[in-house]
Design a protein around this ligand. Structure first.
Ligand code: ACO
Length: 448
């Protein structure tokens, strides 16, 4: 199979959200801390009728319906998620309800888990399958689904929730340049979920930021080496039209891009312009560790990279800023923001993605885009996703109501023997919702 990659995408996020400006005031944080300091506009969250299973049921059903894909045509289904509902039964098996109805139970794949990286592992599994000798000619389907919630405190505004479904096959408008991949994997305790009774992570915020940036540097180094070995020429950011980052919050994405510009400067100063050379010159002798601590370097590199950020990164930031961190779905929500903003203009462009999952696992990889053939074309994917429509039809909750919802969800996490309100008035038609968890912890869903 040639040009294996993403044929179509669908995104779902809960219609319930809270404005960061309102949350900031409610939490007693200084004005601008969440909106400018973290760079976030709004945050989506699941109410008691939604969870990672209902969101993924909605995303998968919607993708299959909108692209008229026969459920029998799916040969592999992989899920990435870090939201634990069951320690044994995979989310993938819940999604089998969609396929069993059509008599298709011949579908490989289960769930992949490591913080925000599981979706990338799932995606690589599907792409590798289509490229392999075990491929049976059918489509792969990747689902990233997470509800990111934090205990009260500074991490809470970096939550979010969404599910993304991606159809995988040959001759894709969004094709993998599989030769160009750099990974960095390491044992650290920056963010983890050791308390199985709680949905909330244990998080060392500062360490997680540094780990993210160190992983970015290392992946970029390996990525450049592989490109250079294969192509026989230097790689720099000028060889990428867009860079998409895993987005815990937008400020980290701004810092990450600036960090890549600093990498280009230290790797090969002739790849950056004269102003950048001049402004970053004083930092060229810093050790790695010093460079992560230097506020002056952070400021100088963000300043010199601003115009490039606007061109290569800003078009990817819409959904992550509006919905928040969606864990496994965050990187792909950033990527579909780019499809939404640029659609057909992306034909012929190279897009580099950086996936990071705490703990830690990370990969930088490359996609080459083509217009493609209807219905699997860049312009049609953007139209069908209808990102603008989905963002516009949301319902803003006041912070008090958000906090109340979080309390109820804490109570419901791991619980059995309850029925939900079944209130689906805010959900759009076609959305799945949770109705009941019975005395055997079995979960039941309905479709609006
Ligand atoms: N106006 C403008 N900016 C402000 C204001 C204000 N009134 N107040 C603070 N800020 C800025 C700070 O200067 C800082 O910006 P800087 O990083 O450029 O210096 C920023 O707002 C954040 O404030 P801090 O006090 O540094 O951080 P805080 O203690 O609030 O925690 C953190 C932020 C660590 C991101 C926290 O939200 C967290 O732990 N989140 C979860 C972990 C996470 O997302 N890690 C990222 C990678 S791992 C993953 O994906 C889960």
């Amino acid at each position: 199979a040639k040009n294996v990659g993403i044929l179509a995408t669908e995104i779902y996020f809960p219609p319930t959200c809270v404005q960061q400006e309102a949350l900031e005031a409610h939490d007693g944080a200084s004005k601008g801390k969440y909106t400018i300091g973290l760079g976030q506009d709004c945050m989506a969250f699941c109410t008691e009728v939604e969870d990672v299973i209902s969101m993924s049921l909605t995303a998968v059903t919607s993708l299959l319906e909108k692209y008229k894909v026969d459920p029998k045509q799916i040969g592999r289904l992989e899920v990435g998620s870090e939201t634990v509902i069951d320690k044994s039964k995979s989310i993938k098996t819940f999604l089998m309800q969609i396929f069993e109805k059509y008599g298709n139970t011949d579908i490989e794949g289960v769930d992949s888990t490591n913080a925000c990286y599981g979706g990338t592992a799932a995606l690589f599994n599907c792409v590798n399958w289509v490229e392999s000798s075990s491929w049976d000619g059918r489509y792969g389907l990747v689902v990233c689904t997470d509800s990111a919630v934090y205990a009260e405190g500074p991490a809470r505004p970096t939550g979010g929730a969404a599910a993304i479904a991606m159809l995988i096959g040959p001759d894709a408008p969004i094709a993998f340049e599989s030769k160009f991949r750099g990974s960095h994997m390491s044992h650290v305790y920056d963010f983890y979920k050791p308390d199985l009774a709680s949905e909330y992570p244990v998080v060392d915020g500062k360490l997680s930021q540094t780990c993210y940036l160190m992983a970015l540097d290392t992946c970029y180094k390996y990525f450049c080496h592989k490109y250079e070995k294969s192509e026989g020429k230097q790689f720099s950011l000028s060889d990428a039209d867009y860079i998409v980052f895993h987005s815990p919050y937008n400020k980290l994405v701004q810092k990450s891009f600036a960090r890549l510009v600093f990498n280009d400067f230290t790797r090969n100063a002739s790849s950056v312009d004269d102003i950048t050379k001049e402004k970053l010159g004083p930092f060229s002798t810093l050790t790695g560790d010093e460079s992560y601590q230097s506020r002056d370097l952070e400021k100088a590199s963000q300043q010199v990279s601003k115009a490039l950020y606007d061109a290569k990164v800003r078009p990817t930031t819409l959904i992550p800023k509006q919905v928040g961190n969606m864990y496994t779905a965050s990187l792909y929500a950033a990527f579909v923001s780019l499809l939404h903003n640029k659609n057909s203009e992306l034909a012929g462009k190279r897009v580099i993605l950086f996936s990071y999952g705490s703990g830690l696992t990370s990969t930088m990889f490359s996609l080459r885009l083509h217009e493609g053939q209807h219905p699997f074309s860049l312009s049609n994917i953007a139209t069908v996703m209808n990102v603008a429509g989905k963002l516009k039809s949301r319902h803003e909750f006041p912070p008090e109501k958000f906090v109340e919802t979080m309390k109820l969800m804490e109570h419901r996490y791991g619980a059995k023997d309850f029925v939900t309100s079944k209130d689906c008035s805010l959900l759009s038609p076609g959305t799945y919702y949770l109705t009941e968890v019975d005395s055997m912890y079995r979960r039941f869903y309905a479709k609006k």
